[in-house]
Design a protein around this ligand. Structure first.
Ligand SMILES: [Zn+2]
Length: 144
């Protein structure tokens, strides 16, 4: 989140700058709700797109939850058929969101980050290493 001109708050979502005026009585809770509604829409759309790559592997389509997380982009609960994505990803590029979704979907077949996992992820997102580096730069840390 960035502060724009006086009395304005600007939020960048996939290359679109959305500006709120302070006189709309905007507060952090409202912005949070807005980001969550955008995230729910975009993440579910991207899950549908990325899931198609995993149908041949008999992966069941997981449910998607959104959470604010400090140290992770996403988490996979493969026993519960559920993936959780970091709310902050809504402010990243679609290609970054796709990479994180693909990463989590790979975990339904490979719980670790071993050779099989990397081979599958490379088949779905060939430049995933670049995406990972870009995301780490954006988030300023190195999660697994
Ligand atoms: Zn992982």
């Amino acid at each position: 989140m960035e502060k724009g001109k006086l009395n304005q708050i600007e939020i960048l979502i996939q290359d679109h700058i959305i500006t709120f005026n302070q006189d709309q009585a905007i507060d952090h809770k409202t912005i949070d709700q807005f980001l969550r509604s955008q995230a729910l829409k975009v993440f579910n759309e991207r899950l549908c797109v990325m899931y198609k790559y995993f149908i041949p592997y008999n992966v069941k389509k997981p449910t998607l939850k959104i959470r604010k997380m400090k140290s992770r982009y996403g988490t996979c609960y493969y026993n519960d058929q559920k993936i959780i994505l970091n709310l902050s990803l809504i402010q990243c590029k679609i290609s970054h969101i796709d990479y994180v979704i693909a990463h989590e979907l790979c975990h339904f077949l490979y719980p670790d980050h071993g050779k099989g996992f990397k081979a599958l992820l490379s088949a779905v997102v060939p430049d995933w290493r670049d995406k990972k580096i870009e995301l780490n730069k954006l988030f300023g840390r190195l999660p697994s």
